[in-house]
Design a protein around this ligand. Structure first.
Ligand SMILES: [Fe+2]
Length: 225
């Protein structure tokens, strides 16, 4: 299954990369790439099992554009374990919650690249990408204690990380949300901290008009097989 272009206005592109999951024990996770002009950002690039394939696909899609930013929604290995490779092979800067900057180095971060792992403060922040500005939205305890989503106001896409994750379905795009809900229930009952955290998050995003809601992990926000 090849990559999927979610948005393209000629200068700004949002791409869901090909699913490189091996089908083994390792949980499947989506990788998203955003290219604005001559710079790019990868979201939750993944772990070592998919690293070389994701890097090759990203390099191909970037073309002459340069990878500038690595956004890490939280600290889990399925999205962050290969961050040392990404920092060693590119000049990109990685961003993760300030709660996790002392923990992510345990994935083998080389001292040479430590200065390019920067903290996201609890309230969130904005990240420039070419002519655009991405909004980093707090989503703490959904499911990590230091957890962020990213909203792209150009494409009107909210990358919601593990929020919306699902397990067990055999399709890539959700066309019947009611029928799909059963695949999400178990993950959310166990991995999401509380309804209070969900309500706090909903308050932040409720006012936004989302023309397209895509999640950063396949089959809704994340598909875990
Ligand atoms: Fe996670």
């Amino acid at each position: 299954m090849s990559h999927l272009t979610l948005f393209d206005n000629g200068t700004h592109r949002n791409i869901l990369l090909e699913d490189f999951a091996s089908g083994g024990l390792a949980v499947q996770a989506n990788q998203h790439l955003i290219i604005d002009g001559n710079v790019g950002m990868i979201l939750d690039p993944g772990g070592h099992k998919v690293y070389s394939k994701v890097l090759a696909a990203t390099t191909g899609l970037l073309g002459r554009a340069k990878l500038e930013t690595i956004f890490l929604s939280h600290q889990d290995p399925d999205i962050v374990a290969a961050v040392n490779g990404w920092l060693m092979t590119t000049d990109a800067t990685a961003y993760v919650s300030a709660l996790w900057t002392r923990f992510v180095p345990h994935f083998g971060l080389d001292r040479l690249v430590e200065s390019r792992l920067l903290p996201i403060p609890d309230p969130g922040m904005e990240l420039k990408l070419g002519a655009s500005t991405m909004k980093i939205v707090p989503a703490h305890f959904l499911h990590s204690a230091g957890n962020f989503h990213m909203y792209d106001p150009v494409a009107k896409i909210l990358y919601s990380g593990d929020l919306g994750a699902s397990i067990g379905q055999d399709y890539r795009e959700v066309t019947d949300f009611d029928a799909h809900e059963k695949y999400m229930r178990g993950f959310h009952q166990r991995y999401m901290a509380s309804g209070a955290a969900m309500q706090a998050w909903a308050k932040i995003v409720r006012g936004w008009i989302l023309k397209l809601l895509r999640r950063s992990m396949v089959r809704c926000s994340k598909a875990k097989r």
